[in-house]
Design a protein around this ligand. Structure first.
Ligand SMILES: Nc1ncnc2c1ncn2[C@@H]1O[C@H](COP(=O)(O)OP(=O)(O)O)[C@@H](O)[C@H]1O
Ligand SMILES: O=C(CO)[C@@H](O)[C@H](O)COP(=O)(O)O
Length: 485
């Protein structure tokens, strides 16, 4: 019974699962929080990973481990492998002007967007690593001068697990490479000319591995002694890892015809596809997946935290928020929340703020506000679903995952907003599970990852309520920008 471990180093926390490689049965798990903020010292991820591994009983008995991580984050290393400055995360919007510049420099407008979509599968937005490199070059030239290599959160953590054995040992995978803005899912090759265009010079980048290739071995001393340490670490295989959405697709067992809607810190809507996407509108990012296929994806910056914010506004916990939302009628009698609390990426409104429309004496109740928060967050994702299907994705089945899917209100209101049923797998850590399934593939070999039972899914069906989205569409663009300073 070989065991494998999967690690999810996502925005808000690090989660570790240890599973049976052949059956997928959960053996043990651990978790630890990440610091707040859109700029984070990678050492904080490492500390959280160590704590989560210790909570999961260590890695001494596993055959392989793989890391799924939040996408796009810019981790800059100097020649000695030291981190140059705190990482800028996917939800840090300071590089929005850099994204606009890169599109302008490629011809601007439709031509500029098409250039990037054709070259890299996606139109630059502030989330992507290439725009963060441009920001660094412009705003922190002394730091920029020190950078020798750039990698992503999961690449860096895999490298740390290997003992940080020099920059030449950095490894990544197709899924995460496809979110950098300087790798082409269509050709499977880096576009270092585009990295140079963004940053001003070329940098060392991780080697891109195939889906089940070995990235190295766990360094026996990397996790230290004690309960988190690995006793027999020198033979523990490291998988290539991947971005958290590609890992979630693997963990949820998504296949052709499935659309996954993930409600975590980000809201994502994505499909597993056989051919690469290139959407010049920029709504759909044509990423690669973790199995050798593709992962067209729409991402919003505002998802589970909209619910957190609504609960804070109302002074209730998330369970009560859900009860309140379900106590108001569909459409909340016309109260609409536009949920751009962090600015927004899809649509591209990096400096937008949120808004409440439709306040009357009748809608000024906690239940209406709770319902408007759930519906507004889901409407933004429904727009994403439309964009995905407009690019040719099939949506035979919608699978709802992520922390926000633990909300009964989200599960029950989603079919009313999406206009179709949703399938909800048992509550779990699908990113960590996907990383574990990749680790099992690395450990067991074969042409495809092992088939693991998905557990009992629940289907939520309810007639669609088109008025919810119609009203949201009237409100969506009526927001003001953030006040600077
Ligand atoms: N019962 C619940 N109802 C609503 N939201 C929830 C519930 N449980 C967890 N969450 C939310 O899920 C989010 C974390 O989701 P997760 O997918 O782990 O995020 P990430 O992977 O981005 O770190 C938090 O914002 C948390 O408030
Ligand atoms: O930027 C994207 C996808 O393009 C985000 O989905 C990040 O990958 C962060 O994910 P979570 O922490 O929300 O899971």
């Amino acid at each position: 019974m070989p065991l494998v471990a999967g690690i999810d180093s996502s925005t808000q926390s690090c989660k570790v699962v240890v599973r049976d490689a052949e059956t997928g049965a959960l053996v043990r798990q651990g978790r630890a929080p990440h610091p707040e903020g859109t700029e984070v010292d990678p050492d904080a991820w490492w500390a959280a990973l160590r704590a989560a591994v210790a909570g999961a009983g260590g890695l001494a008995d596993v055959a392989a481990v793989a890391v799924g991580g939040q996408q796009h984050g810019m981790v800059c290393l100097d020649e000695a492998g030291q981190v140059v400055r705190p990482a800028l995360l996917w939800n840090d919007t300071r590089s929005a002007d850099a994204a606009r510049e890169l599109i302008e420099e490629a011809g601007g407008g439709e031509a500029g967007r098409r250039f990037w979509a054709d070259a890299t599968g996606a139109v630059p937005v502030a989330s992507f690593t290439a725009t963060k490199l441009r920001w660094l070059a412009r705003h922190e030239p002394a730091n920029a001068d020190r950078v020798a290599a750039v990698c992503l959160p999961h690449d860096w953590l895999t490298w740390r697990l290997a003992g940080a054995p020099g920059l030449a040992a950095l490894r990544t995978d197709r899924g995460d490479a496809s979110g950098t803005g300087y790798w082409s899912p269509r050709t499977g090759e880096y576009r270092l000319d585009l990295l140079e265009r963004a940053f001003g010079r070329r940098l060392r980048v991780p080697v891109v591995l195939g889906p089940a290739e070995v990235a190295g071995h766990l360094d026996p001393v990397a996790l230290g002694g004690g309960p988190g340490g690995s006793g027999a670490g020198d033979r523990v295989l490291l998988g290539p890892g991947t971005g958290d959405n590609a890992a979630a697709a693997l963990g949820a067992g998504a296949g052709p015809g499935d659309v996954v809607v993930s409600i975590g810190t980000s809201g994502t809507v994505f499909a597993v596809a056989d051919s690469p996407a290139a959407d010049p509108t920029g709504a759909v990012a044509g990423f690669a997946d973790a199995t050798g296929r593709f992962l067209p994806l729409v991402c919003t910056l505002n998802a589970a935290r909209v619910l957190d914010a609504a609960a804070t506004l109302l002074g209730v916990d998330l369970t009560r928020l859900s009860e309140l939302a379900l106590a108001a009628p569909p459409g909340a009698d016309g109260l609409v929340m536009v949920p751009y609390l962090e600015g927004e990426r899809t649509p591209d409104r990096p400096t937008a703020t949120g808004a409440l429309h439709g306040l009357t004496l009748g809608t000024s109740t906690p239940a209406h506000l709770a319902r408007a928060a759930v519906e507004g967050m889901l409407c933004a994702l429904a727009d994403g679903l439309d964009a995905l299907t407009a690019q040719g994705a099939r949506a035979d089945r919608i699978i709802l995952v992520g922390g926000g899917a633990r909300s009964a209100a989200v599960r029950r209101i989603a079919p009313q907003v999406f206009g179709r049923p949703v399938v909800v797998p048992p509550p779990g850590e699908y990113v960590a599970d996907g990383a574990a399934r990749q680790a099992a593939w690395v450990a067991l070999g074969g042409a495809a990852p092992p088939t693991w039972s998905p557990g009992d899914t629940e289907e939520y069906a309810s007639p669609g309520v088109p008025a919810i989205r119609e009203r949201y569409a009237l409100a969506r663009d009526r927001v003001v920008d953030r006040v600077r300073g």
